[in-house]
Design a protein around this ligand. Structure first.
Ligand SMILES: CC/C=C\C/C=C\C/C=C\C/C=C\C/C=C\C/C=C\CC/C=C/C(=O)SCCNC(=O)CCNC(=O)[C@H](O)C(C)(C)COP(=O)(O)OP(=O)(O)OC[C@H]1O[C@@H](n2cnc3c(N)ncnc32)[C@H](O)[C@@H]1OP(=O)(O)O
Ligand SMILES: Cc1cc2nc3c(=O)[nH]c(=O)nc-3n(C[C@H](O)[C@H](O)[C@H](O)COP(=O)(O)OP(=O)(O)OC[C@H]3O[C@@H](n4cnc5c(N)ncnc54)[C@H](O)[C@@H]3O)c2cc1C
Length: 558
């Protein structure tokens, strides 16, 4: 769980080579990387800049006389800072640097750079590299720093699948300005399944423990109840079970889209890039945020024992919450999706609704009301309505400010909270729709029934959570919201008998979960005692600190 020092080799280094190095370059590098003869990482973020890639300070200046790039980090803030696996493990890196050719700044480009000797593993001359120190989590990964002192690499180490620099310094542009960002888009498109998995682990622990833990009574009786029988406990955990499934389904779709994008880009078609960038930006932000919230609720649902490291939930939280920051800080990425939404509104206003992509076509279609009792399709229309309402409101606010003479960037900043709200609602609609589609495709009738219950729970929970938007313009009445609440409570109770099976179906082994509370056999109490006894503090009855500090204090006459 604490991560693996070679994780980024597989997650980003190899994918960056696959997507950005030419076939000829990959003949030299890819096989070696796949065999782990060389170990690499993805070095982009700097001490001074992570979000704003246009301001990266590391430069790669082309020297036409030697046909080399000179890598340089001119000041402290230019040091690469954060890349996983960079500090100690990697001997190579894909380095993102601002490329300068014939004094022209051509923006961020990726280079394969050797950092350490392949035999001795010592850092090479001109390179300063090390570990950035302990973090909230991921402490088995050596996130690192990296500086270059006019460090030279051959021209052919610029990754040249999409753009090139010829020996004489002629620059051949890529087919899309942001094609060099593909390694990030890849990770973002995998994050929904990855985060769904973290949420699932925490829920497995909390749900299993909630069937072992007995406390209090619902009705007066002989035996105290399992805490999972409390409606509040179900409300804390079951909507997150639905989300863990929903995120996984949404993630499968974005992974498929990314694979399709890779194929299309190779044939010169970059039309999917903007859509996938917008979609994955929103999805990574909503999913990581909701996952962190869900894991924290799972921890609290385990009461005091949830706070113990024996629960292992705090470890899962630490790793998962990193996703709110890495691969694009969540607010920054929500604002990327918002750009796409505002553009869509502008297209509609210009009478070009026909040009809208399938995921935003609903922004042009007004719905007057819904009959929620007719089922999930009507809920989808309600989600569309709230997302459309907020997207139009936020866009109009921005466009009005623009019209009043504000600079574009200032108008954007003044509308940004509303814009991020629109992005979240649009993404939650997407998650609900992929959930619905995925459940429809399930062939096994018994499985389909249980997943349909989860889907119903999800749409009722989500709609209630967005109620302010739906009430704002009278789209939903208060009696409709009462219906949603009743449905929510109905599905909490309906899911209760299947709750343990739903989490067991994820098939985490005890070794994976590392949780005393979430043990498959349910023997929690005896193992908590054994776990406590194994604490280093219990190795001796009397600690050395007693002689050193306590006794002098206790014997003092003051
Ligand atoms: C098989 C498994 C695979 C993967 C598993 C991965 C994760 C699994 C989940 C859990 C993890 C499990 C275990 C853990 C193991 C390891 C940890 C895993 C990963 C951690 C590694 C972390 C790595 C990093 O963090 S790398 C650094 C990431 N950095 C960022 O994300 C920076 C964010 N900033 C940006 O991306 C950009 O600066 C920007 C905000 C997008 C702005 O860019 P820029 O200034 O250049 O552009 P403009 O704003 O001017 O926009 C112009 C225009 O371009 C459009 N645009 C921008 N980007 C893109 C793009 N990528 N594609 C297409 N279009 C793009 C933008 O929208 C504008 O369009 P319009 O003009 O039309 O509006
Ligand atoms: C666990 C972990 C692993 C990482 N692994 C890697 C790696 O392998 N390789 C790598 O290169 N990097 C890596 N990173 C770095 C990571 O990608 C960046 O930290 C991340 O992109 C955020 O950038 P930042 O640190 O510059 O945040 P900042 O941009 O400084 O964010 C600070 C605050 O400013 C706000 N903000 C910034 N810009 C805007 C804006 N335009 N509009 C509104 N608000 C804004 C943010 O929302 C945030 O609230 C990793 C980070 C972590 C935590």
């Amino acid at each position: 769980m604490e991560g693996h020092p070679l994780a980024l080799h597989d997650v980003m280094f190899i994918p960056a080579l696959v997507a950005q190095a030419s076939d000829e370059q990959n003949k030299k590098w890819l096989r070696r990387a796949q065999r782990r003869e060389i170990v690499g990482c993805y070095a982009q973020t700097e001490l001074g800049h992570g979000s704003n890639l246009r301001k990266l300070e590391t430069t790669a200046t082309y020297d036409v006389s030697t046909q080399e790039f000179v890598l340089h980090t001119p000041q402290i803030t230019s040091l690469k800072w954060w890349p996983g696996g960079l500090g100690k493990s990697s001997n190579y890196a894909v380095v993102v640097a601002n490329m300068i050719v014939k004094e022209k700044h051509l923006g961020p480009h990726s280079f394969l750079v050797q950092l350490r000797d392949e035999i001795t593993h010592q850092s090479l001359k001109g390179i300063t590299v090390g570990d950035i120190g302990p973090k909230l989590s991921f402490n088995a990964i050596d996130n690192g720093f990296l500086g270059f002192d006019n460090y030279r690499i051959p021209r052919t180490n610029l990754l040249m699948r999409h753009s090139r620099v010829e020996p004489d310094g002629t620059y051949v542009k890529p087919p899309h300005a942001k094609i060099n960002y593909s390694a990030m888009v890849r990770v973002r498109s995998h994050m929904a399944t990855g985060q769904g998995n973290f949420l699932a682990q925490a829920l497995t622990i909390a749900v299993r423990y909630s069937t072992v833990r007995r406390q209090g009574f619902i009705e007066s009786g002989e035996q105290e109840v399992k805490v999972l029988d409390y409606q509040t406990q179900q409300h804390r955990l079951f909507p997150s079970i639905a989300k863990a499934y929903a995120f996984t389904f949404a993630g499968y779709e974005t992974i498929r889209l990314y694979e399709q994008l890779l194929k299309e880009v190779d044939t010169g078609n970059v039309s999917l890039m903007a859509d996938l960038h917008a979609l994955t930006s929103g999805l990574k932000s909503v999913v990581t945020h909701q996952t962190a919230q869900g894991i924290e609720q799972a921890r609290m649902a385990c009461g005091g024992h949830g706070y113990s490291q024996a629960s292992y939930i705090s470890e899962i939280f630490g790793v998962a919450v990193g996703g709110c920051t890495y691969e694009g800080e969540n607010m920054v990425m929500l604002l990327q999706l918002a750009r796409y939404l505002v553009k869509s509104v502008e297209q509609i206003k210009a009478g070009e609704s026909g040009k809208l992509g399938p995921l935003v076509a609903y922004l042009a279609v007004k719905v007057d009301g819904v009959d929620l009792e007719k089922g999930v399709e009507e809920y989808m229309k309600a989600f569309q309505h709230v997302s459309r309402l907020q997207t139009w409101k936020a866009s109009e606010k921005f466009l009005k400010l623009l019209k009043s003479g504000e600079k574009r960037e200032v108008a954007w900043n003044k509308s940004s909270v509303e814009l991020t709200r629109a992005s979240r609602l649009h993404t939650r609609l997407y998650i609900a729709e992929t959930f619905k589609r995925s459940v429809q495709e399930v062939a096994d009738p018994r499985l389909k029934e249980v997943l349909t219950d989860l889907l119903h729970l999800h749409v009722n929970y989500e709609l209630l959570d967005m109620a302010t938007y739906a009430l704002e313009d009278g789209f939903l009445s208060s009696s409709q919201l009462d219906y949603v609440r009743d449905q929510l409570y109905f599905y909490l109770a309906k899911i209760r008998p299947n709750a343990v099976s739903l989490v067991d179906s994820w098939e985490f082994s005890d070794m994976q979960l590392r949780s005393v509370l979430g043990r498959r056999d349910g023997n929690v109490y005896e193992n908590l005692v054994a776990w406590a006894k194994a604490s280093p503090l219990n190795k001796t009855d009397v600690l050395p600190s007693v002689e050193k500090y306590l006794k002098p204090m206790m014997n003092s006459k003051l």
